[in-house]
Design a protein around this ligand. Structure first.
Ligand SMILES: Cc1ncc(COP(=O)(O)O)c(C=O)c1O
Length: 387
């Protein structure tokens, strides 16, 4: 029975004091009429901005025709998403499977790697976060999440996970042997504080996987979909994984994740090996197709790269900013003080930003449609708050 004072919702989320009512581009309007500039991008989801008119029109049109049918039938709108993802992904990733979230995509990636290689062990990196299914919690490079897996019956999976130190190519390569099914990496770590790996580390991971017969998996759930300056970080870095996962930015806020695989991995997948009732459902697919077309046609990855330079230039001039990490529009602003207070002051001034596991990092993951004047307004506000 519920006690009177308790919300019926489980209390798992710390929440901001803000109820967004409407969104357009990078702007949110709250229920009390306040306007905020959203440099948190709806949690890295709103790559084409909030409520892009083409995405909204596609969702409306699809919802009025057919809300849902599962993968038991072919759907042209779902096929369109497959085509767009493979068109936008780097060469070598040839087929994909649609799911509903980042955790589900990574779970599928780990399953495929283990089944295909017949091996159990995985190598991950300190600071990596891959979701909250049991297998992805166990594969986290953050102790807090591995502990959750242990407490949830996942000790065996935790024991099968080796954690490489952050961005150390030699140490990483040293862990990849003939027992290892996969190396699972976020090319730019999100939750840890927008920490980019060096190209050298990713290239060494590729080499070590090839030498040991293991698969390289890039988790681009947060850093993918144009955020790093190319559609995938794999392309931005010029290192090709065997499996690449996407989620947050694909469908402008409708639930969708994707697992993109190389031809070799695809050859090993047959009927009945994977499944998902809602994966690639028509409304989410309509949103994704429109969203991916906007991303491509409005050249938003290039926009992310240009905005990175603009923000870096403006923020580097602020004395309290010690350094800026990350790539494209997944940036970590390293401060000389705790980030929480700065986040709160920015919020009071109408700017929404994220924090990270590192308590002195402000995490920026704005829509890729952020305008120059909006980026400048944010930089000026941060300067004022830090003065
Ligand atoms: C890099 C990364 N992987 C996986 C996930 C899990 O995605 P989801 O919450 O959609 O399951 C997240 C979510 O924050 C993420 O940032």
């Amino acid at each position: 029975m519920l006690t009177a004072a308790r919300s019926p919702e489980l209390p798992v989320y710390p929440r901001l004091d803000l109820e967004p009512q409407r969104g357009s581009g990078s702007t949110l309007v709250a229920s009390d009429g306040r306007e905020l500039l959203d440099l948190y991008g709806g949690h890295a989801v709103a790559v084409t901005g909030h409520c892009h008119p083409k995405v909204v029109a596609a969702v409306r049109e699809q919802a009025a025709r057919l809300l849902f049918y599962s993968n038991a039938v072919p759907l042209a709108v779902r096929d369109r998403v497959h085509e767009l993802l493979i068109e936008l992904a780097p060469a070598g990733l040839e087929q994909c499977f649609l799911v509903n979230s980042g955790a589900e995509a990574n779970d599928v990636a780990l399953q495929l790697a283990r089944r295909l290689t017949g091996r159990r062990r995985v190598v991950v990196m300190e600071g990596g976060f891959h979701g909250r299914s049991l297998a992805t919690l166990a594969a986290s490079g953050l102790p807090r999440y591995r502990q959750l897996a242990e407490k949830s019956g996942g000790q065996a999976l935790v024991d099968l996970t080796a954690v490489a130190p952050f961005d150390d190519p030699r140490a990483l390569a040293g862990l990849v042997d003939a027992q290892v099914a996969a190396v699972l990496l976020e090319p730019v770590q999100g939750l840890a504080g927008a920490r980019e790996l060096r190209r050298e580390t990713l290239a060494e991971a590729r080499r070590a996987c090839d030498a040991a017969g293991a698969l390289l998996i890039f988790d681009e759930v947060q850093c993918g979909c144009g955020r790093t300056g190319a559609f995938t970080a794999a392309e931005a870095y010029g290192v090709r994984p065997d499996i690449l996962t996407l989620a947050k930015g694909i469908a402008a806020g409708l639930p969708m994740g994707a697992v993109l695989v190389s031809g070799r991995v695809a050859m090993a997948v047959g009927e009945g090996d994977l499944g998902s009732t809602f994966g690639g459902g028509p409304v989410a697919a309509a949103a994704a197709a429109a969203n991916l077309e906007v991303l491509r046609d409005e050249h938003l990855p290039e926009r992310a790269a240009a905005l990175e330079l603009r923000l870096r230039r403006a923020l580097a001039a602020v004395p309290a900013v010690l350094r800026i990490s990350g790539k494209g529009l997944l940036l970590g602003v390293h401060l000389d003080r705790p980030a929480r207070g700065v986040q709160a002051s920015l919020f009071e001034r109408g700017f929404l930003v994220g924090t990270a596991v590192d308590p002195r990092v402000l995490r920026l993951l704005p829509p890729l449609v952020l305008r120059d004047d909006e980026a400048d307004r944010f930089a000026a506000a941060l300067q004022e708050v830090l003065r």
